[in-house]
Design a protein around this ligand. Structure first.
Ligand code: CP
Length: 314
């Protein structure tokens, strides 16, 4: 493969290779802090049409840690304001000589569109509520580091499943790697269709809590709510926030995760977010490792395949 668009289409061995490579590169770079020159001479373009702190910064650092150059593009302040289209913008950036385009957009399917239009590799950094594959990978890497593997673990994704691309990438990735996945939240934010395709659906966090090895607490995406949010923030926190009381009823070695950013006091209280079971900042660190692995593996695939549209084959 030369693109990373979603985890739903990856085979378990491909996910395993990404995770193994991420761990190797993390170790080789001293936890992602030192530089290698594996990708020197190559350029990574970040095309972000939505805000980001973690994903954008860590893609940029990942490329630099492997010796590549980076090109940062934000739609704000660009010629998009003059009417330039998404595809024309991407082709313009590609014409500057880039090897990877990392894209984030609020419309599902935009990375797939670019993968058809561009010759370079395309990496999905989040497309609407569809997928966020590197987030799913870094979450799995973090769990694996603490538990030694993923098979047989019970992992609950709690909260705003309806609007969460992170949830989808976790769902597909964890299922392929043999974990038991529960989607938990109010019926307004958790569709029953997840049960039809093999996931456990729960509406009571208190009922499932004692058997969970990992909780991944998803942010309520207020910016994507179409109508007045229901239940209210106050009701949501009472039913689903991970707090000190719920921690007392959880497994003693439970891992508390969140993709970030977090709404403190809504999905998670500060004493849990900053407590000994929280691996939220480890997830951020692992984002560099996973993105180094994705860039490195896709560069190898692209070099083997040549131009996607065949221009350089002769
Ligand atoms: N988890 C995540 O995608 O964070 P950012 O929006 O800050 O990139």
């Amino acid at each position: 493969r030369r693109d990373l668009l979603e985890l739903q289409c990856l085979r378990p061995d491909e996910i395993q290779t990404l995770l193994d490579t991420a761990q190797t590169l993390k170790d080789l770079t001293g936890g992602g802090r030192n530089k290698l020159s594996l990708l020197s001479g190559k350029t990574c373009a970040n095309l972000f049409f939505e805000n980001s702190t973690r994903t954008r910064s860590s893609f940029s650092l990942a490329a630099k840690r492997l010796g590549a150059d980076t090109l940062e593009f934000s739609s704000a302040g660009s010629s998009v304001a003059k009417g330039e289209t998404f595809v024309d913008t991407a082709k313009t950036i590609q014409a500057m000589g880039v090897d990877w385009v990392v894209t984030r957009h609020n419309t599902p399917g935009t990375p797939q569109l670019l993968a058809r239009e561009l010759d370079c590799s395309v990496l999905n950094a989040g497309d609407g509520a569809h997928e966020h594959p590197t987030q799913g990978l870094l979450d799995m890497l973090t769990i694996r580091q603490h538990r030694g593997g993923l098979e047989g673990l019970t992992v609950a994704l709690v909260g705003d499943i309806a609007h969460s691309r992170t949830a989808r990438s976790n769902l597909w990735g964890l299922k392929k790697m043999g974990a038991h996945v529960i989607v938990c939240g109010p019926p307004t934010l958790v569709s029953p269709r997840w049960a039809e395709i093999g996931f456990e659906v729960a509406h009571s966090l208190d009922e499932i809590l004692p058997r969970c090895d990992v909780l991944n607490l998803l942010r309520i995406q207020f910016e994507r709510q179409q109508a007045r949010y229901f239940p209210s923030v106050h009701e949501y926190a009472a039913l689903y926030a991970m707090n000190a009381d719920r921690m007392r009823r959880a497994k003693q070695d439970i891992l508390i995760m969140a993709p970030g950013p977090i709404n403190r006091g809504v999905e998670i209280t500060p004493e849990v977010a900053d407590g000994p079971h929280s691996v939220i900042l480890e997830q951020v660190t692992n984002g560099i490792a996973v993105r180094m692995a994705a860039l490195w593996l896709l560069a190898g695939a692209a070099d083997r395949q040549g131009s996607r549209h065949g221009e350089s084959e002769n």
